[in-house]
Write a protein that binds this ligand. Structure first.
Ligand code: FES
Ligand SMILES: [Fe+2]
Length: 366
């Protein structure tokens, strides 16, 4: 699965690793990374592979530690990846030459990304171009209110294709189709968009880019996207009844009836409402299985039980993802048939077409 090694993958939010020794593990296909706040306060990434005989070193998905002890023969590494203890090794054994191998870690306005290569694509363009639309939600000061993994027995590309289009929403997601306008025809959608645009300034939201920024093809840089769309009338946010589920984020002084989409690289997609952000990360497990990790983010100072309820916050995208899983698995069974031949896209599958063109182009690079 070489492609997943060369692209940045969303691994969480800086608020999850605030103190030295706070760590989390990201597993993608055959690779596993430990991301840790080091003793100097900087975020670091290491291959979760012991320098002795190769065992996974850290078996927990997240936590806080002073040392990482390999469960096999007990070699122990400090939070900066240095080998700290190894029993019964020869006198001339060079501890310093057996640190954990580094993995690239980068941060885009509070979002942590990992890349399994020493020569990753630059994040600078995404950081610069998305500064303004991300500032609306104050991404740096969010916190993770909930995180959930969905294992999908299908190739990761089928999961992402499904995420990219809303042609299926009206048939498969009555809950979702009630509030997002992506399944409307162009005229109706433009009318609803117009209403959102009018409301934006009064809600403190700057009218910046409405269309998609897409610099995916820029050589040497991570591809990224941004767009802003209207929700149906009376829906304030992505929730069961469209009502608020958490305190307003960043610059918002009221609900303007819109939601923003962000995408980073091939695997990470975010949906930002006025009061919370939902981050989707689709990664391969192997060629027939993938994982969908969802993070629900709220304002950093929001308190669970008082300002938000996790069940209410997660309801919409939990229900939607479970029904997507079913669709994707049926799709996977069909495309493995010898009779499968891809049919034409509808007018509502534009983003999927752009994604496929882009990924084919990326796959042809070194
Ligand atoms: S494989 Fe880790 S200590 Fe032996
Ligand atoms: Fe869906």
């Amino acid at each position: 699965m070489p492609y997943s090694k060369s692209n940045w993958i969303l691994a969480g939010h800086i608020s999850q690793l605030s103190e030295p020794g706070d760590f989390k593990v990201l597993n993608v296909a055959r690779e596993s990374a430990i991301i840790v706040r080091g003793s100097d306060g900087e975020l670091k990434g290491f291959a979760n592979v012991c320098r002795h005989r190769g065992s996974l070193v850290c078996l927990k998905s997240q936590g806080h530690t002073e040392k990482f002890a390999c469960p096999y023969h007990g070699w122990t590494y400090d939070i900066d990846g240095n080998l700290y203890a190894a029993r019964n090794m020869p006198k001339d054994f060079d501890m310093a030459a057996h640190s954990l191998k580094p993995v690239s870690v980068g941060v885009i306005h509070g979002l942590i990304f990992v890349c399994f290569t020493d020569t990753p694509l630059s994040l600078e363009g995404a950081i610069r171009e998305l500064a303004e639309p991300m500032a609306m939600f104050d991404f740096e000061n969010l916190k993770v209110a909930a995180q959930k993994s969905y294992e999908i027995p299908a190739n990761w590309k089928l999961s992402i294709e499904n995420y990219q289009e809303c042609y299926h929403c009206a048939t498969a997601h009555p809950e979702y189709a009630r509030m997002h306008t992506l399944m409307l025809d162009r005229d109706k959608r433009e009318r609803v968009q117009g209403k959102m645009l009018e409301k934006m300034p009064a809600c403190g939201v700057r009218d910046i880019f409405i269309d998609r920024i897409d610099t995916a093809a820029r050589e040497g840089e991570i591809g990224y996207g941004y767009s802003r769309t209207a929700l149906f009338d009376k829906y304030k946010t992505g929730s069961k009844d469209g009502g608020p589920v958490a305190p307003l984020l960043g610059e918002f002084t009221d609900y303007d009836g819109g939601a923003s989409d962000f995408s980073f690289g091939a695997f990470s997609f975010l949906l930002a409402y006025s009061d919370h952000v939902v981050a989707y990360v689709f990664t391969p497990i192997d060629h027939k299985n993938s994982n969908c990790e969802i993070y629900w983010l709220v304002r950093g100072d929001a308190e669970e039980g008082k300002d938000y309820d996790v069940d209410a916050l997660t309801w919409l995208w939990d229900v939607t993802t479970q029904s997507d899983k079913e669709i994707i698995v049926n799709n996977s069974k069909g495309v493995h048939s010898k009779y499968y031949q891809p049919g034409p896209f509808s007018g509502m599958e534009r983003a999927e077409r752009i994604y496929i063109d882009w990924i084919l182009q990326e796959l042809q690079r070194d």
